[in-house]
Design a protein around this ligand. Sequence first.
Ligand code: SAM
Length: 281
Amino acid sequence: MNTIDKLPPLSSVIAKHDLKAQKSLGQNFLLDLNLTAKIARQAGKLTECDVLEIGPGPGGLTRGLLAEGARKVTVIEKDSRCIGALKEIREVYPNRLKIIEGDALKIDLTAHLTAPTRVVANLPYNVGTELLVRWLTPRQWPPYWDSLTLMFQREVAERIVAKPGARAYGRLAILAQWRCNPRIAMYLPPDAFTPVPKVSSALVHLDALEHPRFEAEQKTLEKIVATAFNQRRKMLRSSLKDCCFDIKSTLEKSGIQSTKRAEEISLEQFCTLAREIKGQE
Ligand code: SAM
């Protein structure tokens, strides 16, 4: 039973607006409103925040966010078929829901938000990682958002929180952990979604840190991390040989054995190496 608001169940909304899920838009909907309210609660206290939601679809998570008291929710949806259903939610929550029809990868999201802002989304898997990388690599830090609460395929979620030595450890772990506190907030089985996807999912919550955990210049860090993990089985003295004049001595000066591989190097060591390489320019 729907206990969070007086709107019709999502199955009726989908039938009324003929929202047959489209694979090309990554549409796997959450229809259990108690679950969407629980997901909204993982984002923390929302009453004094603007929330940005990408891909509201028929509005299950949107309703969870509004029922949990979000000051204002701005949604960006690419599928024009969903807009009618979202307008019906707006009528029940006057002045608290802003609906934007468009592609989240093309719209300047900041223009529609008032700080503090939290991002909450059951992302379309095909654009999820790209949006996350954009949120983690803005020109200025701290970013416009205070936290991100995002659904990913379980495998991607595990890459975000992975530690050195783990198979999932790589570029995404470094980018996320350098300037955020990421944690897996919830695991969801495939049958939490309609239609049921092939893979399990996990909700990741990332709090933005005021300052990066370790000092480093963003572009240099991004470059060495991407280069090192592109050839993750190679020793660093080989994978990073084109990153500076003498990689062997640069690694030694950074306190890193040149025979180590990327997956053995901690975030702090990557930051030390980035400072050493930047210092040589
Ligand atoms: N939030 C809804 C829920 O939890 O039931 C729907 C989630 S579904 C996984 C992803 C949603 O993102 C779909 O409604 C899809 O149309 C929308 N979408 C896909 N690509 C998009 C893009 N580039 N910009 C905005 N929305 C997008």
